[in-house]
Ligand binder design. Structure first.
Ligand code: 1QQ
Length: 391
C-alpha cells in the first residue's frame, strides 16, 4: 500500500483511487477535514483557522497521533459563500473520506453546508460559528465557538466600566450575514437591559465599501458608543469612515472584527476598539502553553481566538478518537462506523483545551467557562497593533 503523505488540494489523490485505503479502514492514517475560507475576504478570518489547525496537526502527531496512528488534515477551501462551503464539504465527505470536519468559517455558510454533513452522518465541529441555532442544525453538528449570545455582552460591560458616562448607543449590522443579524440581536438586547438608549440601528452589507450615509445618520444622533456586527473588511472600513467623519466615542466590534487582519484596513483608526474574546493567550494550562509557544515561534505574536478555536476543534476529534481506539483499533474500522462513533464519543467527553476545560450539551453546544475582552492598541503610524486584554 502506498503511503499517503502530502495531498495538495484540490488535486489530491482520493482514497478511492488508492484502493479504498481510507474507507476500507486499512490505512495507517486518520483523515480530518478542515473546510474553512482560504480565499475571498472571509480568508481574513479563515487564515487564522488554517494556522491553528496546522499547529494542532503537528502537536498531536508529535505526541503519536491517535496512539500511534498519525492524523492528516485535509484542507478544502470554502471561499466566503454558501456554495463554496457546500462544495468543500461534499469533497471532504465523499472523496477525502474524512472522519469529521472542522468548519466552515461563517455561520452563514454553516446553515447551508452543515445539513449536508449531518445527512451523511459526518460529525462537524464549528470552529467559529457563533450565531443562534448552529448546534440545532442536526445531531452531527456541534461547535467549539461559544455563541455570541454569551460572549458579546462582556464587551458592553467592559465599555461601561471604562466609560461610565455612556448613555446613547448606535448599532450597526450587516443584514446579509447570519452571524451579524444574530449578534446584533444580542447587542441590542444587552444595551436595553443595561438601561442605555438604543438611539439608532443602521444596516449595511458585507460587500459594502462606502458607509458615508449610515455613518452620518449615526453620528447625527450623537452616540457615546457605536457597536458594529459585520465582518473584517466591511467592519474595518466602517470604523475607518466613522473616525474620518469625526466620531470620537467608544466603538465595540463584534466577532467578525476579531482579527489583527483588520489593522491593515482601519490602520491607526482601529485604535481603542473593544472586542469580546472566547480565548486568552494567557490561559494557564499545559496545552495552551504549548499552543501559545508554537504559535509565537511561527508568527512572532500572540495567538488569536480563531486559531485557538481551530486548534481546539482538531483536539476534540483527536481526544475522542483516542478513547474509541482504546476499545477497538480506529484504523480497522470502516469510515461510516467510525464517523458515527466519533460523533457520539465527542458529545460525551470533557476536554482540557487552549480555551480552558470544555464539554458539550447533548445538542452539541459548547460548555465553556471563561470569556474576556480585549482592546486594540495601534502604533501611532498605524502599521502594527495588538489586542490588549483588559483586567
Ligand atoms: C460567525 C462568526 C464569524 C464572524 C467568525 C469568523 O462568528 O459567522 O458565526
Amino acid at each position: 500500500m502506498k503511503k499517503l503523505t502530502a495531498r495538495p488540494s484540490p488535486l489530491f489523490i482520493t482514497c478511492a483511487s488508492l484502493l479504498l485505503a481510507c474507507s476500507q479502514g486499512n490505512s495507517n492514517t486518520i483523515y480530518i477535514g478542515i473546510g474553512v475560507a482560504q480565499t475571498s475576504n472571509v480568508a481574513l478570518l479563515g487564515q487564522e483557522q488554517v494556522a491553528g489547525a496546522k499547529i494542532a496537526e503537528k502537536y498531536f502527531n508529535d505526541k503519536g497521533g491517535v496512539d500511534g496512528t498519525p492524523i492528516k488534515l485535509v484542507f478544502q477551501d470554502t471561499g466566503g459563500d454558501e456554495q463554496g462551503a457546500i462544495n468543500a464539504f461534499n469533497t471532504l465527505i465523499n472523496q477525502a473520506q474524512v472522519v469529521g470536519i472542522v468548519g466552515p468559517t461563517l455561520s452563514q455558510q454553516a446553515f447551508s453546508a452543515d445539513p449536508i454533513a449531518d445527512r451523511a452522518k459526518v460529525p462537524v465541529l464549528g470552529p467559529s460559528n457563533t450565531a443562534k441555532g448552529i448546534p440545532q442544525i442536526g445531531d452531527y453538528v456541534a461547535r467549539v465557538s461559544a455563541p455570541m449570545a454569551v460572549v458579546a455582552p462582556n464587551a458592553v460591560k467592559a465599555a461601561l466600566k471604562q466609560n461610565p458616562n455612556i448613555k446613547k448607543v448606535a448599532v450597526f449590522f450587516a443584514q446579509n450575514d447570519a452571524f451579524s443579524t444574530s449578534e446584533t440581536e444580542t447587542f441590542q438586547t444587552t444595551v436595553k437591559d443595561m438601561g442605555l438608549e438604543l438611539a439608532t440601528v443602521q444596516k449595511f452589507l458585507t460587500t459594502d465599501t462606502d458607509f458615508q450615509s449610515q455613518a452620518t445618520n449615526a453620528i447625527n444622533v450623537k452616540p457615546d458608543l457605536i457597536i458594529i456586527s459585520g465582518l473584517a473588511a466591511d467592519g474595518g472600513n466602517l470604523i475607518k469612515q466613522l473616525r474620518e467623519l469625526g466620531y470620537k466615542g467608544v466603538i465595540i466590534g463584534g466577532n467578525g472584527l476579531n482579527t489583527s487582519n483588520v489593522f491593515s484596513v482601519c490602520k491607526a483608526l482601529c485604535d481603542g476598539v473593544l472586542i469580546a474574546q472566547a480565548y486568552s493567550p494567557e490561559y494557564e494550562n499545559e496545552i495552551n502553553k504549548a499552543f501559545r509557544e508554537a504559535y509565537r515561534a511561527q508568527f512572532k505574536k500572540e495567538p488569536p481566538q480563531f486559531s485557538a478555536q481551530a486548534f481546539t476543534g482538531v483536539q476534540v476529534f483527536v481526544d475522542s478518537l483516542k478513547v474509541i481506539n482504546s476499545q477497538a483499533k480506529v484504523s480497522q474500522k470502516p469510515v461510516a462506523e467510525l464517523r458515527t462513533q466519533l460523533n457520539q464519543q465527542l458529545l460525551g467527553g470533557k476536554y482540557d483545551t487552549p480555551l480552558g476545560e470544555i464539554s458539550f450539551t447533548p445538542e452539541g453546544e459548547i460548555n465553556q467557562k471563561d470569556f474576556y475582552v480585549a482592546q486594540i492598541k495601534m502604533d501611532a503610524d498605524g502599521k502594527n497593533g495588538k489586542f490588549e486584554f483588559l483586567k
